[in-house]
Ligand binder design. Structure first.
Ligand SMILES: [Zn+2]
Length: 106
């Protein structure tokens, strides 16, 4: 899968963001871990036909924020993020990952 990385973006609080087919990162020399984390998000976005991913992402975050009353904790509880963080250090992960495999992480 093609990934277009835009480096040195002037983000204040985030390391990077995947906006299919682009990955925007703060660092000019991003770690392989960060790039693979974002690559997992690109796969999630593609298999959800892009736009529904963002709607689901924001809704899940909002619901979890309401439940735990902590925006950062809610972010780390999003299924897409949990899957990406759990597998970002396994570069072979996407070779064997099943379709919609973020579901077990919700
Ligand atoms: Zn992420």
């Amino acid at each position: 899968m093609q990934m277009i990385v835009i480096r040195g973006v002037n983000f204040k609080t985030i390391e990077g963001i995947a906006l299919w087919p682009f990955v925007l990162v703060r660092s000019k020399n991003p770690s392989p871990r960060l790039l693979f984390h974002e690559r997992i998000h690109l796969r999630q976005q593609l298999e959800m036909l892009i736009l529904p991913f963002y709607i689901w992402y924001v809704l899940e975050w909002a619901l979890k924020w309401i439940r735990c009353k902590d925006a950062a904790k809610a972010y780390y509880a999003i299924g897409f993020e949990r899957e990406a963080y759990a597998n970002e250090q396994n570069p072979a992960y996407l070779n064997t990952r099943r379709f919609w495999n973020f579901i077990p992480y919700i």
